[in-house]
Design a binder for this molecule. Structure first.
Ligand SMILES: [Zn+2]
Length: 355
């Protein structure tokens, strides 16, 4: 591009030397702009500017026989915006209709995902409100920021989440300071239906004898990813008789989870490996005693089998007391801010939930 405009190979070399460390010019992408100033008579390059995006540019300014680079960053104005929506057909259809960006809807579904199963629990008439940030530059909207607070009224229950930054991390909390994130996912797999419930007195479909079913079977197509329900350490990954390929994860504090009939294991799944919540550990199959592809999932506390669908899941690590003292007044402030925006319809719905 530069030589096309008559810039000498020497100048191009010099400017590339100024870019040696950050390599911004080498990492240019389609859509980014280059601005340059060239002396009309000598074609000497005077200044080169790479406009990376609306907020960031890199300037290479001539200083005799070399170029000095400097990064110029602009901060957008942050504007708080409020939206609310009522669900008639689906979260996405109605959310988008209310002018809420898809990215925000996905984030909101993730924030409430431990309490609300967005595939199964959503009812017509559910309603929600969010307070979020929009970024503006010279009066023009250029993007979205964070969700500051959100409320979701699902099937007659109200959930509220507030974004808060502690010393160690940023997360969403209830107005009382409990983490929205639970220590365990309710379901470790995207399933089509529950093919067999937790039942201590079940007749086994293959053996026709009384055999307790100490887990839940989630029907899913072969190869569907299976995620670790919580942070932990793999205590077993291999074959075990009727279970076929099975993974057992020890989550500490007496909690273990088991995933059976797997087709195969994910990379890195082996005894002793540490896993985070949501990490893919294996894939659905029908190894062992299984009549079709499904995940058999067990949840144990101190060795005792619990029903994974109904077991009370422990909260994530609570907020430290010192943080909580700072958090509570903030939560109160943001809650009243959110409530100040509610439409009369929304207020009525909220009142009916509280009474
Ligand atoms: Zn089963």
């Amino acid at each position: 591009m530069l030589s096309k405009h008559g810039v000498s190979a020497t100048d191009i070399y010099r400017v590339s030397q100024a870019d040696k460390k950050e390599k911004d010019l080498l990492k240019m992408r389609p859509g980014q702009t280059l601005e340059f100033e060239i002396r009309e008579d000598t074609k000497e390059l005077h200044k080169l500017t790479l406009v990376k995006n609306k907020l960031e540019k890199i300037e290479f300014a001539r200083n005799e026989k070399q170029f000095n680079s400097s990064r110029i960053v602009r901060e957008p104005d942050i504007v708080q915006t409020y939206k609310e929506s009522t669900i008639n057909s689906s979260l996405f259809v109605d959310g988008l209709k209310s002018g809420i960006d898809q990215r925000l809807l996905i984030e909101m579904a993730n924030i409430f995902g431990w309490d609300i199963d967005f595939a199964l629990d959503i009812r017509k008439g559910d309603t929600f409100s969010i307070l979020f940030e929009e970024k503006y530059l010279d009066g023009e909207k250029i993007g979205l920021g964070n969700i500051l607070a959100a409320q979701f009224i699902n099937n007659g229950r109200m959930y509220q989440a507030i974004r808060y930054e502690t010393n160690t991390s940023t997360s969403y909390y209830t107005p009382d300071g409990l983490a929205m994130r639970k220590a365990f996912l309710r379901t470790p797999v995207e399933f089509t239906r529950i093919s067999s419930k937790f039942n201590p007195n079940r007749i086994h479909p293959l053996f026709k004898t009384s055999r307790p079913h100490r887990g839940v079977d989630y029907a899913a197509s072969s190869g569907t990813p299976v995620k670790s329900a919580g942070d932990g350490k793999i205590s077993f990954a291999g074959k075990q008789n009727g279970y076929g390929n099975v993974v057992i994860i020890d989550h500490g504090k007496g909690y273990t989870t088991l995933y059976a009939h797997l087709r195969s294991f994910a990379k890195g799944t082996r005894k002793g490996a540490r896993v985070k919540q949501g990490k893919i550990v294996a894939y659905v199959g029908q190894t062992g005693w299984a009549t079709g592809p499904h995940l058999h999932y067990e949840f144990r506390i101190n060795g005792i089998h619990k029903n994974p669908i109904t077991v009370k899941l422990p909260n994530d690590d609570p907020m430290p007391k010192k943080e909580l003292k700072k958090y509570l007044p903030y939560a109160q402030k943001i809650t009243s801010l959110l409530e100040g925006y509610h439409s009369p319809d929304y207020q009525q719905k909220l009142a009916s939930v509280r009474n």
